[in-house]
Design a protein around this ligand. Structure first.
Ligand code: HXC
Length: 258
């Protein structure tokens, strides 16, 4: 597909999607989000792809939704357009693991987009924030919910109410990100993670992702029940037989994704 605002690349079994509107610090306009959705759906459907890395530039993962595009919109228009549901939820519908590799600014919708991904890796220069309050609005792509679940109420309140940014060190301490790495190691580390995922059983990885996500949607008892059924169901895969046989035979497993 010919994209204008993102770059896509495949390395082995890992797809890389790079947000690419450098002059606007990757502000997430409608066209960019349409292209991102299309690329995500394409890679999710491609059996040669095991994981997706979503990244931006060294200066910005994304500085938010495109303020200039949003500014003149009216309530009926954003309501009827389902702004931002339709275009923004694509990443939450992906079955394969999505790794956000964040360098520079991840602000507003940029922070929300990173939080929709499964694992966030941050470069040392990453800055996270929900500055929407400065614009007279609030986060609209899950920020008040996902940030609160990730870092807790007090810190989330401070960030959402005052627009204070968090640097990478604080984001790691607050459990917003899995790991902080030097800027020049960001993409290599994200790819390494993706390649690791590619060696595992794809059904097990997808089920594991679904089960962890269930923790955000349900009670503990229901979540544990879901997990148990999902665990039991994996005994229907050849990969379970292979994984356990390989352990017993002291050799690496050769998963065949079935
Ligand atoms: C449109 C943006 C933009 C944005 C930056 N730009 N962020 N354009 N929407 N969100 C543009 C600037 O207008 C400028 O264009 C160019 O990118 C470079 O930005 P500068 O401000 O000159 O860079 P710098 O001084 O380095 O400051 C970086 C920054 C600042 C701190 C990240 O750009 C900033 O505060 N941006 C807005 C952050 C924000 O409020 N995000 C939340 C958006 S609301 P020109 O043409 O002047 O060179 C949101 C709601 C989500 O995300 C709800 C769901 C959709």
């Amino acid at each position: 597909a010919a994209y204008e605002m993102i770059l896509t690349e495949v390395q082995g079994k890992v797809a890389i999607i790079r947000l690419n509107r450098p002059k606007a610090l990757n502000a997430l306009c409608d066209q960019l989000m349409e292209e991102l959705g299309q690329a995500l759906r394409g890679f999710d459907a491609d059996p040669e792809i095991a994981a997706i890395v979503l990244t931006g530039s060294e200066k910005a993962f994304a500085a938010g939704a495109d303020i200039k595009e949003m500014q003149s919109r009216t309530y009926p228009a954003v309501y009827l357009d389902d702004f931002i549901g339709k275009r923004w939820e694509a990443v939450t519908h992906v079955q394969k693991p999505v790794i956000a590799a964040v360098a520079g600014y991840a602000l507003g919708g940029g922070c929300e987009l990173a939080m929709m991904c499964d694992i966030i890796l941050a470069a040392e220069n990453a800055k996270f924030g929900q500055p929407e309050i400065n614009l007279g609005v609030i986060p609209g792509a899950g920020g008040t919910q996902r940030l609160t679940r990730a870092i807790g109420k007090s810190k989330a309140m401070e960030m959402v109410l005052t627009a204070r940014m968090m640097d990478a060190t604080e984001a790691e301490r607050a459990n917003l990100v899995a790991r902080v790495v030097p800027l020049d190691q960001l993409l290599p580390e994200a790819l390494k993670l993706g390649e690791k995922l590619a060696t595992l059983s794809a059904p097990a990885v997808a089920v594991a992702k679904e089960a962890v996500n269930r923790a955000y949607e349900t009670t503990l008892a229901e979540g544990v029940k879901f997990e148990r059924r999902a665990f039991q169901a994996l005994f229907a895969t050849e990969d379970q037989k292979e994984g356990m046989a390989a352990f017993a035979e002291k050799r690496p497993a050769q998963f065949r994704n079935r």
